[in-house]
Design a protein around this ligand. Structure first.
Ligand code: UD1
Ligand code: UDP
Length: 361
């Protein structure tokens, strides 16, 4: 019997996660068929198409072209449109990833149509309900039938909320992707040459989290930290469109020493991550990739869902305070953490475990 999986993606990190699972689905032949829906949340060529190309993800069967606007407006429009696709496609499973507005729209539409939801990256918590992502993941988990957790900690978080049925630690699909891309990125990307960088002699930065970009005080403190770091070392900042829209002449002036780029394709990004001396970020995925590639990370947030990276000494949580960011980057550059043999993110076959559960469930 063939089971049909309707996969909902929309944002950059979801394309990356779905790449691993789509590949695993294609390996089980006609036992599972996948229909991919792209909500359109991320739409620029370098925020969307480049990942489908580089990660060889099959083209989405449906592109809903819904992006931008307030959270309510975006999620609401997606809810209407994904429901229509679900009614037409009649899937056996709806597969959702992570914690974006696309995730929540998929979860809600499916739950109300009584289609079982499988949530990859279930159970993550920042315990900060002011984050849109925390709202999306708590609500998505509540209506999911299959909660595919990346870590033991995520399983524990769900247990604390009374969710114990259908919960499995499958490992982190991003770890699978990191292993898959490590050599390929080194071999195929020429980003170091293009940007005039040398292995181990630059800091890589990303910044896009709403609580940082939309708070002028926090964004100002981060920009000042980047200015100070860029005085002493090369600092590369691929700019997320959210952040790009919020920079003004004064902030751009402060960033005059920083190597600013458009969002990078995945091969270039993975190549830069592996070559960086230190990574400074507010991204969820980038914190983990730093860990996977053995690069110390400084996280400009007040908490993290990826607590293992901190416990093992590879990640410092410093908020958006200029002095703390600069000092943490300086310390991380001066002394590397002790290498650990711990593997908190699974066995590199998380995507296969996801597929096993979809076949069994
Ligand atoms: C979203 C997710 C966030 C995730 C991030 C990954 C939610 C609530 N947030 O945040 O969890 O970490 O994606 O990158 O779902 N834009 C463009 N071109 C694009 C994409 C976005 O110009 O290709 C613009 C949008 O029009 C909007 C802004 O960037 O003005 C923010 O995009 P949005 O999707 O709302 O949120 P992200 O900050 O990307
Ligand atoms: N990424 C990328 N190019 C960039 C910035 C990030 O390919 O210019 C990748 C990064 O390697 C990671 C993912 O995008 O795999 C993280 O996405 P993002 O930071 O947008 O979202 P988050 O993980 O915070 O939800």
């Amino acid at each position: 019997m063939t089971r049909k999986v309707l996969t909902i993606v929309g944002a950059r990190p979801q394309f990356i996660k779905a790449a691993a699972v789509s590949r695993a689905i294609s390996r089980v032949g006609d036992r599972l068929t996948e229909v991919m829906v792209h909500t359109g949340q991320h739409f620029d060529e370098n925020m969307s198409a480049v990942f489908f190309n580089e990660l060889e993800i099959p083209a989405p069967a449906h592109n809903l072209e819904i992006s931008s606007g307030t959270h309510g407006s975006m999620t609401g429009r997606m809810l209407v449109a994904v429901e229509e696709v679900m009614l037409a496609e009649k899937p056996d499973w709806v597969l959702i990833y992570g914690d974006t507005n696309s995730t929540l729209a998929g979860a809600l539409a499916a739950a109300k149509l009584h289609i079982p939801v499988a949530h990859v990256e279930a159970g993550l918590r920042s315990f900060n309900m002011r984050m849109p992502e925390e709202v999306n993941r708590v609500l998505s988990d509540r209506v999911s039938a299959l909660l595919l957790c990346p870590t033991d900690e995520a399983v524990t978080n769900l247990r604390r909320e009374g969710i114990t049925t259908g919960v499995f630690n499958v490992g982190d699909v991003m770890y699978d992707v990191a292993l898959h891309m490590r050599e390929k990125a080194r071999a195929q990307s020429d980003v170091l040459r293009r940007l005039g960088l040398e292995q181990g002699k630059f800091v890589l930065a990303t910044c896009h989290r709403q609580e940082n970009t939309d708070d002028p005080a926090r964004l100002g403190a981060i920009v000042e930290a980047f200015r100070q770091i860029s005085v002493g070392t090369k600092l590369v900042l691929p700019l997320h469109p959210r952040t790009r829209k919020l920079l003004n002449d004064a902030t751009r002036e402060k960033l005059s020493n920083v190597i600013l780029t458009d969002p990078l394709g995945f091969l270039d990004m993975v190549a830069l991550e592996q070559a960086a001396q230190v990574i400074v970020t507010d991204s969820g995925g980038v914190q983990k990739e730093a860990f996977f590639y053995g690069v110390p990370c400084v996280t400009m947030r007040d908490e993290t869902e990826w607590v293992e990276t901190v416990a093992l000494g590879w990640n410092s949580i410093v908020g958006a305070d200029t002095a703390r960011v600069v000092s943490a980057v300086t310390s991380a550059a001066a002394q590397r953490p002790v290498t650990s043999t711990a593997t908190p993110y699974g066995d590199g076959r998380a995507a296969e475990h996801v597929v096993d559960h979809l076949l069994r469930g």
